[in-house]
Design a protein around this ligand. Structure first.
Ligand SMILES: [Zn+2]
Length: 129
């Protein structure tokens, strides 16, 4: 059974308990990494400046403390593999729903189950609704 590195555990611990519950279940089934949990002011504004986020501090879901968003990706990481990202996202969203939680994914912001109409792709991003 896969498990998180200490680095992933530390990042996940900066997230809302609901996200911790979801991703502590996910790791039992899919080897993945937690890329980002809480994000502070400097880091958020740098992400915005470089076009990796559309939001400035404190408007991002990563900016609340604990974080209402988490960035995660399955191993092996391939940022260009939309199909694989979509498979992982469907799995994560399903596990969350089984636990009673609703997530919004960065590959389907409007949650219409159409992934080809997504204007701004942020595949690792999951946030609590
Ligand atoms: Zn994110």
């Amino acid at each position: 059974m896969p498990n998180y590195s200490q680095r992933s555990k530390d990042k996940l611990s900066s997230c809302d308990q609901k996200l911790q519950d979801i991703f502590n279940e996910i790791i039992k089934h899919v080897d993945c990494t937690i890329i980002t949990g809480h994000r502070g002011k400097e880091e958020q504004n740098e992400m915005h400046r470089t076009g990796k986020s559309q939001l400035q501090f404190p408007d991002g879901k990563h900016n609340s403390d604990p974080s209402r968003a988490v960035d995660a990706a399955p191993y092996p990481i391939d940022w260009k593999d939309r199909e694989r990202a979509t498979l992982f996202a469907g799995y994560v969203i399903g596990i969350a729903r089984m636990q009673g939680f609703t997530l919004r994914w960065g590959g389907d912001w409007d949650r219409d189950w159409q992934v080809n109409d997504n204007k701004f792709d942020d595949f690792p991003h999951f946030e609590l609704k």
